[in-house]
Ligand binder design. Sequence first.
Ligand code: ADP
Ligand code: MG
Length: 677
Amino acid sequence: MKLTDSIEMLGGVGPKRAALFARLSVLTIEDLLHFYPRDYIDLSRPYEIASAPFGEYCAVKATVYAKTGPVRAKSGKKLFKVSAGDDTAALTLTFFNSPYAAGKLIENSQYLFYGKVGGSLLSREMASPQIFSLGISTSFMPVYHETAGLNSKYIAKCVQRAFEALDGAIPDPIPEKLRAAYRLPEKALCLRMLHFPASMREVQAARRRMCYEELLTLQLGLSLLRSQTRRESGAIFAKAEPQHFFASLPFVPTRAQKRAVGELCADFQSGLPMNRLLQGDVGSGKTLVAAAGMVMAAQNGYQSVLMAPTEILARQHASTLGVMLAPLHISVALLTGSVKGKARAELLQSVKSGEAQVLVGTHAVIGEQVQFQKLGFAVTDEQHRFGVRQRSLLFEKGQSPHLLVMSATPIPRTLALLMYGDLDISILDELPPGRTPVKTYAVDTEKRARMYRFLADRLHEGRQAYIVCPLIEENENTPEGLQPVTEYLEQVAKPLLPGISIALLHGRMKPAEKNEVMSRFVRGEVQVLCSTTVIEVGVDVPNATVMIIENAERYGLSALHQLRGRVGRGQHQSYCILVSDHTAPETKDRLRFLCHTADGFEVAKYDLENRGPGDFFGSRQHGLPALKIASLEQDGRILYTAQQDAHNLLTADPRLDTQPALKAAVEKLFAGSFSLN
Ligand code: ADP
Ligand code: MG
């Protein structure tokens, strides 16, 4: 069997299982070997029952005494009970609806049980434990990200079989010299150590090596991409005069905005295509900077495009830009997936003819049928939502257009440089005047009634509010204590806010429904928007002054800060209330930190230093290829080393011709973004 073979070549994996593996992005044997465990079950030192920690996952060694069941539990499920124990205490094992698990246990035999010990000191219980026979060969069982129908045990079995069936070596992309210099073990060995380690030290050693390989590959790919887009010369905007535009605005631009626009002007006249990141905290007024760029493009006969990650945001940008650019007679068109038929054909025609000077839209704007007459300036908003691939497609829509990527996720400068290389950076470090900082509070659910009374008061004063819940609806995998938004709306929000108009908004609604709800909220007909995090990016409703975030512990601080940025946009005092019942000190510290900090850069720094859930470099946030093992915030030192090594490798061999395995790894990581041939 070869690495490139389909997963279906493994014995026991048919089309059905292969489809399940595909959900985990595992298509080939190689993908499977690179599908790393997310954790390990430590069976190496099982606890005695009496000393097993309460409420934590652990392994115990126990003898099965007797089995009873099934009985019907209150929920209607069938309940099987097994009494077990060791010299120190008794333990009752319970299994729901799984006669199989309980059935195969043999009385008077010993097993390892892995689960959470609960019950009381006198009668200890373990619900639905995993069962291992004592003869098990490895003492650390891999735990994988699972999907319905594929559990960790099964995945481990497949990985085991893949190792056995594989003929030929696993190529090692890291050049010999570097491997020797850093004393990195061989790749094949590391993969084995990651899946079936004999100790946690093996895991660490193997992890370090695989991280380095991944980050080296990432850095090489980024450098290569950049050298592809940097070669051409950019459009020159001979006339770049924003003053006229500034004078037409209803307010005075901030100094930071003027400085950023000045930086754009310089790029526009440099003869090289601009490649600039505009960073600014939520509400710092990035849209105005983009608009100024569009004005300058139009002055020189060029078109502009702005790509936004969601339809809601695209619409909002189209309407803001429409208003901003109307006095200068610059036309703005909107293209999203919902523009269809004749309207779409007409719109595409006006883009092609150059009649539409500014096109705003979702990723529909990089669609194949979209042709510009003369595209000179391309903007992406909330750029971390887009991949490098989409950015380069946008670039290809014009003849080396100037590129501006806008992001409210403040990335510390050193890291931004590392991630984006020679992307230039403009920073809006100043908010428009007259904003009062958002008052932020962290509360637990005991205070909910009080919080709702406070909310009702604000609503009766005429303000509006957002309530954010983590999920759309409940399913069998929903961890306890999470609030699905649909249920929350009916059971909590509506009863507590009689007479208030509340609407639901979530990602699984059709775009047309979402737009309808959003427009009603913008018009003030809907007073409270009860939603998932779909409102996270960019929405601007100045009359909304309260943001309630349920299960706040679920989010990284940067994400919470983004959500908070939805309020505090008008003249009224705004409030952000973080609701969480988590009592862990780290969580409390994190939420408290946000209560006292308004500065997005400080928040990002805190996230960087104290990793929490939904860290802002989390795989889908940064627009880079998804990393399997390395973490950009935790493996900063390895990243730095990898960057230097990538630079040296490319200087010596710009197309990696002497390193076929490394070249293949780069192409695989950036699949579809470019080819080195
Ligand atoms: P963000 O950087 O989060 O994208 P926006 O561009 O949406 O911020 O701007 C936030 C709000 O601030 C908008 O309502 C915008 O009209 C307003 N705004 C932008 N610049 C200024 C300014 N210089 N003075 C006053 N208000 C401004
Ligand atoms: Mg914005």
